[in-house]
Design a protein around this ligand. Structure first.
Ligand code: UD1
Length: 418
C-alpha cells in the first residue's frame, strides 16, 4: 500500500508535460484487437488503467510490446476468452471489450465492468444499442453474454449522449452490415480520436465529434496506427493547479479547443494566463472572483474537472456554486476538503463553496480518481503536511503525477506503508 505525503505552500515554477488521454487510450487498446495482424498505438500513458488493459490483452492471447509510450499489438492469434471479474472490474472502461469482441467474433462473454464509485453507472444504453444492431443479450449475476448471428446496421437514438455507449456502438457498428447512424451521440474529442483509429484500421465512419455519427459496414480490417490525443482532464487539473499556486507554471501539450470551457471559467475568475501554440503559462492571483459552474457533456464544463476545480473555488473571494449533472455521487472529496478547513455544503448535488479559506494539511482519503486529484491540489496549497491514503485511484489516471509535480518544485512523495 502507498500513501502520498505533501508539504504544502510551495510556489510552482517550470514545465509540466501532458500525457496521452486516459479516456481515449482505454478504448484504443481494445480496438487494436480488430487489426488483422498488427496495431500500433503511440503516446500511451503509463497509468494503472493501461496496465489493467494489457493484462486483459494477455488473457485474449494478444502479444504486445510496450516501450517509450508506444504499444505494438500482434493480433493474428487472438482468442475470444472469458474476461473474469478480477480483470474487468479494475476499470469501468473494460466495457469496450464488449463492442470489440462482438465486432470481431459476434460473441463476447465477460464479467461486468467496475470503475470509480461515483454513481449508479449503468450500461443500459450500450446494451440497447447492441440489441438494435441485432445482438442478443444474456445477463447473469456475474457475467454477460452478447452474441449475434449477424450484426445489422440500424438507426440508434441515444436517450443521453453517453461517451461509453457512443464509442461502444460505433465499434460494434463497424462490423454490422449496412449503415448505422448514432443520433444524440456524445461529442467528446476522444470520440474523434477513436473513430480515426477505427478508420485507419479500415472502417468507414463519418461525423465523429458531432451529434450524428454514420458508420457503413461491414469492415474488412487491416493493420493500422494512431497517436493518442493529449489528456484534456490531466491538462485541466494542472492548469487549475497553476491558478492555485503557479508562478509562471507552464503546461505543455494542450489542445486549446479541448479545454475552452475551463479557460472561460478561469477568465471569469480573473485568473491570469497566456497561451502560445500548445503551451499555457499560468500564475496564482490572490483576489479571485467567485463563480458558478454546471457540468455538461462536451463542449460544456467537464464533470471530470468538477472535483479539482472545487479546490480553486475554495480560494475565491465569496460564494461559488458547482452543480454536478452527470454523476449522482461525485462528492467523495468534500468531507476531506472540509476537514482541511474548506467551507463546502452540498444540496441536491450542488456544492456551495464559501471562500477564501486557508487550507490546513490533514490526513485524508482518496475515494475516487478525480477526487484524489483534488486532494493533491488541496495538499499543495495547504499549510503543513497532508497525507493522502488509497492513492491507487489517482494512479489509475495520472501518469507520473508525483514526479511531474516534484519537477516543478512541489514537496510531494509516495511512501510505502505496511
Ligand atoms: C466517460 C468518462 C468519464 C466521464 C464521463 C462523462 C471514460 C473512460 N470515462 O465515462 O471520465 O466522467 O464519460 O463525461 O471515457 N449512463 C446511463 N446508461 C448507460 C451509460 C451511461 O444511464 O448505458 C449515464 C451514467 O450513469 C451517467 C451518464 O450517463 O450518469 C454519463 O455516462 P457516460 O457518458 O456513459 O460516461 P462513461 O462513458 O462511463
Amino acid at each position: 500500500m502507498q500513501n502520498i505525503i505533501i508539504e504544502g505552500g510551495k510556489l510552482l515554477n517550470g514545465t509540466i508535460n501532458i500525457s496521452g488521454a486516459k479516456n481515449s487510450v482505454v478504448a484504443l487498446i481494445p480496438i487494436g484487437l480488430l487489426a488483422s495482424q498488427k496495431a500500433i498505438i503511440k503516446n500511451v500513458p503509463n497509468i494503472s488503467d493501461t496496465k489493467s488493459l494489457l493484462n486483459i490483452l494477455k488473457r485474449l492471447n494478444c502479444n504486445y510490446t510496450y516501450q517509450n509510450e508506444e504499444l505494438i499489438m500482434e493480433t493474428s492469434e487472438i482468442k475470444n476468452n472469458f474476461i473474469p471479474a478480477i480483470e474487468s472490474q479494475k476499470l469501468r472502461a473494460s466495457y469496450y471489450f464488449m463492442g470489440v469482441l462482438l465486432a470481431k467474433f459476434n460473441y463476447v462473454k465477460m464479467s461486468v465492468p467496475g470503475g470509480c464509485k461515483i454513481g449508479k453507472r449503468p450500461i443500459d444504453l450500450h446494451l440497447k444499442g447492441f440489441k438494435a444492431l441485432n445482438a442478443d443479450i444474456i445477463e447473469k449475476k456475474d457475467y454477460i453474454i452478447i452474441k449475434s448471428d449477424k450484426l445489422i446496421g440500424n438507426n440508434i437514438n441515444l436517450d443521453f449522449p453517453s461517451v461509453g455507449a457512443t464509442i461502444n456502438l460505433m465499434i460494434a457498428a463497424t462490423s454490422a452490415e449496412g449503415t448505422t447512424t448514432i443520433n444524440n451521440a456524445a461529442c467528446e474529442p476522444e470520440i474523434e480520436n477513436i473513430a480515426e483509429f477505427l478508420n485507419n484500421l479500415g472502417a468507414d465512419i463519418t461525423g465523429a465529434g458531432t451529434k450524428k455519427i454514420t458508420i457503413v459496414g461491414p469492415t474488412r480490417y487491416h493493420n493500422g496506427a494512431i497517436t493518442t490525443i493529449p489528456d484534456r482532464i490531466e491538462a485541466g487539473t494542472y492548469i487549475i493547479l497553476g491558478a492555485l499556486i503557479g508562478n509562471n507554471l507552464k503546461i505543455k501539450g494542450i489542445v486549446k479547443d479541448h479545454i475552452s470551457s475551463l479557460l472561460l471559467k478561469l477568465k471569469e475568475m480573473r485568473v491570469p494566463f497566456k497561451i502560445h501554440n500548445d503551451e499555457i503559462i499560468i500564475s496564482k492571483l490572490s483576489n479571485l472572483s467567485p463563480i458558478d459552474i454546471i457540468s455538461q457533456p462536451y463542449p460544456g464544463f467537464p464533470t471530470d474537472l468538477g472535483q479539482p476545480i472545487t479546490v480553486l473555488l475554495s480560494q475565491c473571494n465569496g460564494i461559488s456554486h458547482y452543480k454536478e449533472t452527470i454523476w449522482e455521487n461525485r462528492n467523495g472529496h468534500v468531507p476531506y476538503l472540509n476537514k482541511m478547513n474548506a467551507d463546502i455544503t452540498i444540496k441536491n448535488n450542488t456544492l456551495m463553496i464559501t471562500g477564501p479559506k486557508n487550507l490546513i494539511g490533514q490526513e485524508v482519503v482518496s475515494t475516487d480518481l478525480r477526487g484524489g486529484a483534488a486532494l493533491i491540489l488541496a495538499g499543495l496549497i495547504a499549510q503543513g503536511k497532508t497525507k493522502i491514503k488509497e492513492i491507487e485511484h489517482i494512479l489509475r489516471g495520472y501518469e507520473d503525477i508525483v514526479e511531474k509535480l516534484q519537477k516543478v518544485g512541489a514537496k510531494i512523495n509516495i511512501v510505502e506503508i505496511e
